[in-house]
Design a protein around this ligand. Structure first.
Ligand code: BYC
Length: 331
């Protein structure tokens, strides 16, 4: 870990608040001037905590996000599909690692973040608490879940915190391949037999609303939104990104010949936007509270993987110890 959090000197309480205010003003001026914040730079504690929260939730989402798709690796319908899905799931493991590494630059250990996930204390994206029932779900995840992820993550490449922004550049390149492989699965199913097209429609029916929820609560309910925008961590609000996604996706569904499962969906010519019916935020809250269809299964799978991986951690520790002793002997 390398961070100025570890270099912090002891400060008298009476001088701290004046220093904090001056530091916050200097910090905001740097943000307003579009300067990147790097790990050893001074930063308000709340900025650090916000980033640790968001980046670790994002990392957990990548790792838990491997599970719904991993479920289909052994059942992919062809060698080509299997190779692509394997590569995609591996990419997601890699994204988790870049993101845990970015979080570590803020002075928190990856082990501590993983513990929070395993204890059920950390959030990860609501979307990964839904099941993948058919092969078409793999198409929809690539097309819509990765499509939503790209919409949210491209602006994060310009986030004010350097290590997060740089991690996002590589992640976004890979996400765009993921989105295309998903759309291509959907295209193949929609141009296939009536049963294949029905499977594609069923998957869209089940995933559409949960995907819209991925962008987070509506702006008035977004408790971190305003501050994160002021700090240029977020460049667009939850509702702005959701609207961009809807506008981009409706024509794609039309191209596929699929119906968006929303009787109230209509184009608003004055605004130039597609308008949806109301989102069921009670469902979103229930999923966040641990009552989605797969919350327990997902955490159980992560806990099992962690226990089964204990020997790898033990072996790595033993190897490091052996190396250290060999170095001591040579010295
Ligand atoms: N699910 O104040 P708000 C992927 C929470 S990975 C669960 O608006 P913020 C992929 C939020 O954390 C997808 N929780 O928050 C991977 C907060 O709770 P806390 C993940 C959610 O941070 C593999 C509360 O609700 N992407 O795409 O300003 C395969 C209030 O929200 C959700 C990222 O993590 C949700 N959907 O904005 C395929 C991107 N939404 O922390 C695909 C980075 C909100 O106060 N993250 N909450 O307890 C972000 O951009 C922002 O954190 C969010 C939320 C837009 C998600």
């Amino acid at each position: 870990m390398y961070t100025q959090a570890l270099n912090a000197a002891e400060t008298q309480p009476e001088t701290r608040s004046a220093e904090d205010a001056a530091m916050a003003a200097r910090f905001q001026a740097r943000i307003d001037a579009e300067q990147r914040i790097e790990p050893n730079d001074a930063m308000p504690e709340a900025y650090r905590r916000t980033l640790i929260r968001q980046i670790s939730q994002h990392a957990h989402s990548e790792i838990v996000g491997m599970l719904p798709e991993g479920n289909w690796i052994t059942r992919a319908p062809s060698l080509r599909r299997k190779a692509a899905l394997l590569a995609k799931v591996q990419d997601e493991g890699g994204h988790g690692l870049y993101l845990y590494a970015a979080a570590e630059t803020l002075g928190v250990a990856r082990e501590a973040l993983v513990e929070q996930l395993l204890r059920g204390e950390a959030k990860y994206s609501s979307i990964f608490n839904y099941p993948t029932l058919t092969w078409a779900d793999i198409g929809v995840i690539g097309w819509l879940v990765d499509g939503a992820a790209i919409m949210n993550q491209i602006p994060l490449c310009r986030c004010s915190y350097g290590p997060y922004a740089r991690a996002m550049i590589r992640i976004c390149k890979e996400e765009s391949f993921h989105q295309r492989q998903g759309f291509e699965i959907m295209l193949t199913l929609c141009r296939g037999s009536a049963a294949q097209k029905a499977m594609a429609q069923d998957a869209l029916d089940r995933w559409w609303w949960p995907v819209l929820m991925m962008f987070g609560p509506p702006d008035p309910e977004s408790r971190h939104g305003q501050q994160s925008s002021a700090w240029k961590i977020k460049r667009f609000s939850n509702d702005e990104l959701r609207q961009k996604f809807i506008d981009a996706t409706v024509p794609q569904a039309q191209f596929l010949g699929l119906a968006i499962p929303d009787p109230e969906l209509r184009f608003d010519p004055a605004a130039g936007h597609w308008r949806t019916g109301p989102i069921d935020w009670a469902e979103f809250e229930a999923v966040l509270a641990g009552h989605g269809p797969c919350n327990r299964e997902r955490l159980a799978a992560r806990r099992r993987a962690h226990e089964e991986g204990a020997w790898v951690r033990d072996a790595a520790r033993a190897h490091a110890e052996k190396q250290r002793r060999a170095k001591d002997l040579a010295a």
